[in-house]
Design a protein around this ligand. Structure first.
Ligand code: GDP
Length: 140
């Protein structure tokens, strides 16, 4: 077991439906602690930069348009094995395949508008946290 930090986004489909509290409750009930949080409206440039790894995928334009369609809540979550734990709490990318009780099973609207983002590895977690937060913004 290792104490880790991961990066999370509550996406525009969830902020639009006023689900931020219900989603944060899932993280907290799942053993993760919110150690940094802010509500922002991403610019196109930020969204394209954040998702640059997906730039050659067919849904890239759709994904960027969606991520700038409304406010998001960016957060740093801390806990034992936080990266993997958060992915469990989120559920599979496609809500139809997400485990019962997971955020995406309960709240996601589609494979694209799927309520949350979570880092998938230690290196991406580090880079994604640094994309939105200074070290002094994070209070564990
Ligand atoms: P994640 O790590 O579970 O978020 O999944 P991926 O890294 O594979 O994809 C990143 C994000 O791109 C997903 O969370 C979705 O918002 C979006 N996405 C993935 N696959 C599709 C797709 O087939 N269509 C659309 N429109 N968006 C997708």
């Amino acid at each position: 077991m290792v104490l880790e930090r991961t990066f999370s986004i509550i996406k525009p489909d969830a902020t639009r439906r006023n689900l931020t509290g219900k989603i944060i409750a899932k993280f907290e009930e799942g053993g993760l602690r919110v150690v940094a949080s802010k509500r922002i409206h991403m610019t196109r440039k930020q969204a394209e930069g954040f998702y640059a790894v997906h730039k050659d995928r067919p849904f890239f334009g759709e994904l960027v348009d969606f991520m700038i369609s409304g406010p998001v809540v960016v957060q740093v979550l801390e806990g034992q094995n936080a990266i993997a734990r958060n992915r469990e709490i989120m559920g599979a990318t496609d809500p139809k395949k997400a485990a019962p009780g997971s955020i995406r099973a309960e709240f996601a609207e589609s494979i694209g508008e799927n309520s949350v983002h979570g880092s998938d590895a230690p290196e991406t977690a580090k880079d994604e946290i640094a994309f939105f937060f200074a070290g002094s913004d994070i209070v564990g």
